[in-house]
Design a protein around this ligand. Structure first.
Ligand code: FAD
Length: 171
């Protein structure tokens, strides 16, 4: 009914079920907000499935499953950093406006709602800087590091952003 459809992410508590499950706006477990292992109680079955391919980014996850929070994140960061790598060195006002519009909508549409809310809050605090390729690459690196910190991952040295995402590592 209307009551159920009007439920929004902001009205949902960020609390987790005993298994660590984050729920979606529809009240069901959110696949793109959880790791596959947390999402399915059949993770043990999946890990012993022979259909697992080496192309899978995550060991033990079949390559043709819907994205979990980690696969979605890796693909999304690849897209975002690649956009910064191809962003103009000297962008026009329109190009700067476009990248800001894109990230604004990206933040609204990102399929993990907890991730999306935090990312939108980050963009409120740390306004997008995009007056040059390097400025935007570093801003994005900072945004990614914010998530790295939140997840207890190692921070990335933003002086290396261009080697990682544009030129490739120096020999
Ligand atoms: P990733 O973090 O996906 O990074 C991929 C590669 O990027 C790394 O291997 C490294 O080479 C490079 N890299 C790492 N840090 C940087 C950096 N600062 N700058 C440039 N390159 C870098 N997951 C959650 O569980 N909770 C969240 O709230 C959450 N929020 C997210 C918000 C956004 C906008 C996005 C895009 C993803 C979010 N994720 C979240 C997913 C999370 O960031 C990771 O993508 C996921 O945990 C997989 O991590 P990973 O270790 O494979 O590497």
């Amino acid at each position: 009914g209307p009551a159920a459809t009007s439920t929004t992410a902001t009205t949902l508590p960020k609390t987790k079920l005993p298994k660590g499950m984050i729920m979606g706006k529809d009240g069901k477990p959110c696949r793109t907000c959880n790791s596959l292992a947390d999402f399915t109680s059949q993770s043990k079955v999946l890990k012993s499935t022979p259909a697992i391919t080496s192309a899978s980014a995550t060991a033990g996850v079949p390559a043709d499953c819907p994205a979990d929070v980690e696969a979605l994140g890796r693909s999304s960061w690849t897209l975002l950093h690649s956009i910064s790598a191809t962003y103009p060195v000297a962008p026009t006002a329109q190009e700067q406006s476009d990248v800001k519009s894109f990230l604004g909508l990206f933040g609204k549409l990102y399929p993990c709602w907890v991730c999306a809310e935090d990312f939108q809050e980050y963009m409120e605090r740390e306004k997008i800087k995009a007056s040059s390729r390097d400025e935007f690459g570093r801003w994005l690196c900072g945004a990614h590091n914010e998530v790295n910190r939140k997840l207890g991952k190692k921070e990335f040295d933003c002086n290396l952003w261009e080697e990682r995402w544009r030129t490739g590592w120096k020999d």
